[in-house]
Write a protein that binds this ligand. Structure first.
Ligand SMILES: [Zn+2]
Length: 304
């Protein structure tokens, strides 16, 4: 498993942002690395790779990852599938970058599939030849196997969890009324054939006991690190939404809520550029590290 990108939407620095973090990073005075938008890739054999989401930074993320470079012939890719957790632009725009007639299996909930395929004609670029994108629906709570476009089973299993009923703002009102709340935004628990489990939860509005129990049975937790505090964006930009309104648990709350987790290695992922914990010289970074958590960086790798 590789983390190709670890930032929230907009990346770090963000093109139109002059917050303290983005400014210091551009000036070369920031204590910490830049980050591209959240992107995870998983593989069982190191040859066939599945993407969790498809970020707008995917082109440069692939180039930065030798495992994902073409291996044989003139046109080839080790990327054989994509799993979509939601229909957010930061999570699906990269699909359009994968439109070069490569066979690809795309897993999504029926609602996310309808938003992309029926309401956004650009995605027909993924269907110009018969074996290009093959879409497979999944259901929250029902485990499924990750297979390539021709049906070869990778041995990896995913269990999807419904986390939030909120669809992206671009989804039309009429369409919204037809969509299932449980299919809007999901997290995944990935299980390898050797029974190693990884939880991938980049957008968590809240946690219930069944999910907490599942997390305690994981070896690795990649958890929503978007905002440090509920009012972070409002304080930085003078207005906007709270972290919960945007479907995120603030890191300072997550540290308390998840303090009892013993088994998993705990890593914050999907970190917004305004989050003060990005600054490795700051007190928030120290607090996260002292609590036993890490903050994901682009390029990190884990054995499944
Ligand atoms: Zn910024």
């Amino acid at each position: 498993m590789k983390i190709l990108g670890s930032a929230a939407g907009g990346a770090f620095p963000q093109w139109n942002c002059a917050c303290a973090n983005c400014r210091a990073l551009r000036e070369g005075t920031f204590s910490g690395p830049p980050r591209s938008q959240t992107q995870v890739a998983v593989s069982e054999d190191g040859r066939s790779w599945f993407l969790l989401g498809a970020s707008p930074d995917l082109r440069s993320q692939i180039e930065a990852t030798p495992e994902l470079h073409p291996r044989e012939g003139i046109r080839q890719s080790p990327i054989v599938g994509v799993v979509l957790a939601n229909a957010d632009l930061d999570h699906v725009l990269g699909l359009l970058l994968l439109r070069e007639l490569q066979p690809l299996r795309v897993y999504a909930t029926p609602s996310v599939r309808r938003i992309l395929r029926e309401d956004n004609s650009m995605f027909t670029m993924l269907h110009r030849v018969p074996i290009q994108a093959v879409w497979t629906d999944f259901t929250a709570g029902e485990e499924f196997a990750l297979c390539d476009a021709r049906g070869a089973d990778s041995g990896l299993r995913l269990q999807p969890w419904s986390l939030s009923p909120h669809y992206p703002a671009y989804v039309r009102e009429e369409r919204r009324a037809q969509l299932a709340a449980a299919e809007a935004s999901l997290g995944f628990i990935l299980e390898s054939p050797s029974a190693r489990r990884v939880a991938y939860l980049p957008a968590v509005p809240g946690l219930d006991d069944p999910l907490l129990e599942r997390l305690e049975n994981c070896d690795l937790l990649l958890f929503d690190g978007t905002f440090w505090s509920d009012d972070e964006l409002i304080r930085v930009q003078g207005g906007g939404q709270t972290a919960p309104q945007m479907g995120h648990t603030a890191v300072e709350d997550a540290l308390t809520m998840l303090a009892g987790l013993r088994r998993p290695r705990k890593i914050f992922l999907h970190v917004n550029n305004t989050n003060p914990m990005l600054n490795q010289a700051g007190k928030e970074y120290r607090r996260v590290r002292d609590a036993g958590w890490e903050i994901a960086e682009d390029g990190w790798q884990f054995n499944l």
